[in-house]
Write a protein that binds this ligand. Structure first.
Ligand code: HEC
Length: 166
């Protein structure tokens, strides 16, 4: 009796070890291919593009070196609120009157028309451009009629006009 139960125990232990071995073998065999399959699937999804290509930023801002000097190359704050330079503001909001001298506006580039205005000083010109003038020559609307311009942009445009008129 004792002998029989001993062999039975051995048989049970051997049997379950064999089953466990088979199970472990199947498990390992199954999972061994997973990295390959993942690589295949990923290759099919992403095509042949490189990582650098996929994670590159959508847009980049390039500042001319002369404008910003050795400042940080990527300025995200400036990207949020683009500041136009004086020439761009002039062309967008001031050129209509000041290029040809429409409605009594002093013509940009005409030194004789600008000399007495420039003599008043830049601050006076800034104030006129930002707030408007209802003067003897005609009516200059505040910010050239473009309220969306910032004072800094209007001043930059004045600088640009003055630089071209003296
Ligand atoms: C609708 C026409 C018009 C537009 C647009 C306009 N101006 Fe004028 N501007 C005038 C007139 C007219 C005068 C002359 C006013 C006067 O002295 O009687 C003038 C005068 C000025 C002067 C001289 C002010 C002074 O005190 O002598 C400056 C500086 C100026 N404009 C800047 C600008 C700038 C900068 C813009 C664009 C942001 C602009 N203007 C857009 C009509 C215009």
């Amino acid at each position: 009796m004792a002998k029989k139960s001993y062999t039975m125990h051995v048989a049970m232990i051997l049997g379950s070890s064999a089953a466990l071995l088979v199970f472990i073998f199947l498990l390992v065999a199954h999972h061994r291919e997973i990295p390959d399959r993942v690589r295949l699937d990923r290759g099919a999804l992403l095509g042949s593009s490189s990582v650098a290509e996929r994670i590159k930023p959508v847009g980049e801002i390039a500042f001319a070196a002369a404008e910003t000097g050795p400042a940080p190359a990527k300025n995200t704050a400036a990207a949020a609120t683009p500041v136009r330079d004086g020439q761009q503001v002039y062309q967008a909001a001031c050129i209509a009157c000041h290029d040809a001298g429409i409605a009594g506006a002093p013509k940009v580039g005409d030194r004789s028309q600008w000399a007495k205005r420039i003599a008043k000083g830049l601050d006076a010109l800034y104030a006129s451009a930002v707030n408007g003038v209802n003067g003897s020559a005609g009516v200059m609307p505040a910010k050239g009629g473009n309220a969306a311009l910032s004072s800094a942009e209007v001043k930059a445009a004045v600088d640009y006009m003055v630089a071209r008129s003296k």
